[in-house]
Write a protein that binds this ligand. Structure first.
Ligand SMILES: [Cu+2]
Length: 137
């Protein structure tokens, strides 16, 4: 009896987490310098998320972001506007991975997001298609 109650609680818990419309929780990727001296980061986008949605990179070490989206009729973009840190990115995305290179020059937390909007509806950023790039010492 006790075992079946435990299972019931556990199974309900799992069902709660598998709800497809809920935005994924924060997924963190901490980049490290690879043998080529570059911090390689892969970000996957979709309607409406970026995964990981929190990326931590080291200051003054080159970064190569490889960004793509799953097959979709909805166009998406990847934007970072942080000229104060030497990072200005505005790219259209497709299922073909796209590489973006920059070297972060200032510590801080910089948002990345999709700037697209579906007709007059809410923009994708407002639907959780955003994340944070943390530049650390
Ligand atoms: Cu989008």
């Amino acid at each position: 009896m006790k075992a079946s109650v435990t299972c019931l609680v556990f199974c309900l818990g799992l069902a709660g987490y598998s709800h497809a419309d809920v935005a994924p929780d924060e997924t963190v990727y901490r980049a490290t310098r690879a043998a080529d001296g570059v911090q390689h980061v892969r970000i996957e986008g979709g309607a409406y998320f970026f995964k990981p949605n929190r990326v931590i990179v080291k200051l003054n070490v080159p970064v190569e972001l490889t960004v793509s989206v799953g097959r979709s009729v909805i166009p998406h973009t990847f934007v970072i506007q942080a000229p104060e840190a030497g990072i200005v990115v505005d790219e259209s995305l497709s299922s073909q991975p796209r590489s973006i290179r920059f070297t972060p020059t200032a510590v801080g937390s910089y948002p990345f997001y999709c700037r697209n909007r579906l007709l007059f509806l809410e923009n994708h950023r407002g639907k959780d298609m955003e994340g944070v790039l943390d530049v650390v010492e």
